[in-house]
Design a protein around this ligand. Structure first.
Ligand SMILES: [Zn+2]
Ligand SMILES: [Zn+2]
Length: 172
């Protein structure tokens, strides 16, 4: 039986959930949801924040490319959806080449760090595996594939937006 009287209000529950955690790498205190989920950790989150986690993964990949490739194959088998997200990055570069728009070499990871893991379309937290690069002025409208013309966006936000210019862009 669950007692109805004296149970915490919705506000209290959400307050308790939004606890903070100290990142053991950058030593910044951040909201717990800024830490990737981990089943092996007591509080259910890694000890590194999302940004630090991404940086460490990136460095590891550079140091052990062979190991990374084997792990990547396994990962793609286990995470078909996320693997498709990465494929979209390659697709982005291909589309930009085809349209002969101005291009720069950059990665989703780089834009993720620059935009602090926040979707610039809806303004909320965006886990790395859901992140996409959104062209502020779409490639289809002659926008360039450069750092200045891209922003971090959820895959779903990006798809909903389609080849349009967002209102925030016009205001800016
Ligand atoms: Zn950190
Ligand atoms: Zn979004």
């Amino acid at each position: 039986m669950v007692a109805v009287t004296g149970s915490p209000s919705l506000e209290e529950i959400s307050g308790a959930l939004r606890t903070y955690k100290l990142c053991s790498r950058c030593h910044r205190r951040k909201l717990i949801d800024k830490f990737p989920r981990s089943r092996s950790n007591l509080d259910g989150h890694y000890s590194y924040c999302l940004c630090c986690h991404a940086k460490v993964q990136h460095a590891r990949r550079k140091e052990h490319p062979e190991e990374h490739r084997a792990a990547a194959r396994k990962w793609r088998r286990l995470n078909p959806e996320k693997a498709r997200a990465l494929a979209r990055g390659r697709e982005r570069r291909r589309r930009a080449r085809l349209r002969k728009v101005a291009r720069e070499e950059f990665t989703l990871y780089e834009i993720y760090v620059r935009d602090e893991g926040i979707c610039r379309i809806c303004g909320t937290e965006c886990p790395f595996y859901r992140a996409t690069v959104d062209h502020i002025i779409p490639l289809a409208l002659g926008g360039s594939d450069t750092r200045a013309n891209v922003q971090l966006a959820h895959l779903t936000c990006n798809q909903q937006k389609g080849p349009r210019v967002t209102l925030s862009t016009l205001v800016l």
